[in-house]
Design a binder for this molecule. Structure first.
Ligand code: ATP
Ligand code: MG
Length: 593
């Protein structure tokens, strides 16, 4: 396994976007490796064709976003070269039992939402490996005829056991020397449904003593009497990944087939299958090539569809799109934008070294995307009443810019009244050292002074509490000549500024606060039980108040709530009469040590 590196916001900012794949493509373009190709209809083919090949067995996660940005991103960037470039959307749907149409739809949505497209010159390049079943079957017969494949009738256990291991060469199957005629007859009978699951498999005849275990006569077809989401009950034998993937790439004229590092050992097999078929005249050169890059591992979360499915099925989260999930639908509901995810993928780059990316790199990408463009607003998350006892007018009109650096976006208007909501933790009966917000008079000293942002300076005069000492309301008096923006207001020197909302026009809102899903930075490394490492406090629902302008948000509108961070109007639950906002990310990295 390659050296592990860790990428944090500090290191990522200085890292050049890695481009070993671009160098390979540049080299192929310079050498015209894939130039002047035509397809079977005589149409010119692009010089670069990549593909994104998910298995439709779950929702896509942030790791897939890396693969999408890479494959579709390369196609976008190289489309200007002679011949152009495109990326195919391919569903690797050869495993009937685990795949569903629901997942196909969600994957298409995710790719589109991320800002990519499988159309090129108005043609859709959306494919399914299951569309190639007939072709794959024919190719398997070709290999059988050329004595490059045989039907093995050992049990799965025997096959596994006889494969050997790193220290021991494999033992050839007693069925390895079946004649071509016998193999063809058996393989056809397998297809015809004459056997039970597991009775026979088709194996490639390569080398039972190869140092690479993958090459010891890999199984390429097995019997599965199962309904397939697209081919129904047409088939009862299904091809395996190592056979399907390379052939699908070749049939689609893929040039650069990019996958994650764990497939490095499978590359000789990829090449073996394509070379054998090309020698048989079934495929033409130039053949596609496989290249590997390091998969994304992100701290405090996990990137495995199987484990994410477990979180959903066992109700550890509220579904695939729970804002704590690293799925693309989850990140979207959390407030992430396509731009922030693209920025993240750009920052982490592409390398051949396995690494753990710090969650803060992802969070910083969102901040950097949102800060310059989203409107500001005020939300009081944990409300406490503040009463300005000397405030006698009905209201004072106040306003604030929608964005501090974009006056052109306009202003928000709101009223300051005698009773206001403030944050409960902006008041302390017995202030700790360094607390510069509200505290009551004590030992003959006056109460503290703060500025109500966009309003007046106030001085705390006391508080109401119940018999248990719970604070019910805070009292203060205001200074009429201290209003923000009026002459002389700057003469008031205060150390704290707090935000507020008038109780008269505050809007009740549900605010969902989220924290990291796991307490451990690497919940899936080693033999850790990730389910025991779930953060029990990762979700908190608050009954909050927001300023009136926020009740007219559009769904998925993102904001910076002053002093709190970035929030998004929930895609599913936001209603103007009942606003719901999700916490996306704080104003700065709270996790920095
Ligand atoms: P999982 O184990 O989560 O199901 P997978 O690799 O089996 O992942 P696929 O649907 O087969 O998922 O993957 C589609 C594409 O996305 C593949 O090309 C794969 O290499 C890539 N991919 C999957 N996970 C990651 C990851 N963590 N980082 C980068 N690319 C990934
Ligand atoms: Mg997979």
């Amino acid at each position: 396994m390659s050296k592990e590196i860790n990428i944090t916001p500090e290191t990522s900012a200085n890292t050049e976007v890695s481009n070993f794949l671009r160098q390979i493509i540049d080299h192929d373009c310079a050498n015209a490796t894939f130039a002047n190709r035509i397809n079977h209809d005589g149409q010119a083919l692009p010089s670069v064709i990549t593909r994104f090949p998910p298995e439709p067995n779950g929702y896509l996660h942030i790791g897939h976003a890396k693969s999408i940005c890479l494959n579709f991103g390369l196609a976008k960037d190289y489309d200007h070269i002679p011949g152009g470039a495109r990326c195919h959307m391919r569903f690797d749907d050869t495993n009937p039992a685990k795949e569903e149409t629901e997942y196909v739809d969600s994957i298409l949505d995710a790719v589109k939402w991320l800002g990519f497209d499988w159309h090129h010159h108005d043609q859709a390049y959306q494919f399914y490996a299951s569309d190639y079943f007939e072709q794959l079957y024919a190719f398997a017969e070709i290999l059988i005829s050329r004595e490059k494949a045989y039907v093995d009738s050992q049990s799965a256990d025997e096959i596994h056991h006889n494969r050997g291991n790193f220290n021991q060469v494999g033992t050839p199957s007693p069925f390895r020397d079946r004649t071509v005629a016998e193999n063809l007859e058996l393989f056809r009978a397998m297809r015809a449904g004459k056997f039970q699951d597991g009775e026979h498999v088709l194996r490639l005849k390569i080398d039972m003593s190869s140092p690479n275990l993958v090459m010891r006569d890999p199984v390429v077809y097995r019997i599965r009497h199962a309904h397939h989401h697209r081919t129904g009950n047409t088939w009862c034998i299904y091809p395996l990944y190592d056979f399907t993937h390379c052939i699908s790439d070749a049939l689609e004229n893929i040039t650069h087939s990019i996958c994650t590092l764990e497939f490095e050992n499978n590359r000789p097999l990829y090449e073996w299958v394509l070379n054998e078929l090309s020698e048989a005249g079934a495929l033409q050169h130039p053949l596609p090539h496989q290249y590997e890059f390091a998969r994304l591992n992100l701290t405090y979360t996990l990137t495995s569809k199987r484990k994410l499915l477990q979180l959903v099925q066992e109700n550890h989260v509220d579904g695939w799109d729970d804002p704590r999930m690293p799925t693309i639908v989850g990140l979207r509901r959390r407030g992430f934008t396509p731009e922030s995810l693209q920025l993240f993928c750009e920052r982490i780059g592409v390398s051949k070294a396995d690494s753990w990316i710090d969650m803060s790199v992802l969070e910083q990408s969102l901040r950097d995307d949102l800060d310059p463009k989203v409107e500001r607003g005020i939300a009081v998350l944990r409300p406490l009443k503040l009463i300005l006892d000397n405030f006698t007018q009905e209201f004072e009109a106040c306003s604030a810019p929608k964005h501090p650096h974009h006056e052109d976006l306009g202003r928000r208007e709101f009223h300051l009244t005698k009773e206001l909501w403030i944050e409960a933790d902006d008041f302390m009966v017995n202030p700790i050292k360094g607390f510069f917000r509200l505290s009551p008079p004590k030992d003959g000293q006056p109460g503290s002074r703060v500025r109500l942002k966009y309003g007046f300076v106030i001085e705390c005069t006391g508080f109401d509490a119940d018999a248990q000492g719970n604070v019910l309301a805070v009292h203060a008096s205001y200074f009429p000549d201290s209003k923000s923006g009026t002459p002389g207001s700057a003469d008031y020197k205060v150390k704290g500024t707090i935000h507020w909302i008038s109780t008269q026009n505050a809007i009740s809102a549900e605010i969902r606060m989220y924290d990291r899903l796991f307490t451990d930075p690497n919940p899936t490394s080693g033999d850790k039980d990730f389910l025991r490492l779930l953060n029990p406090d990762s979700k908190q629902v608050l009954k909050a108040f927001v300023e009136p302008s926020l009740a007219m948000s559009h769904i998925e509108q993102r904001f910076q709530f002053e002093r709190h961070g970035y929030f998004v109007a929930d895609r599913n639950d936001y209603r103007p009469e009942r606003p719901v906002f999700n916490f996306a990310v704080g104003l700065k990295d709270q996790w920095k040590k």
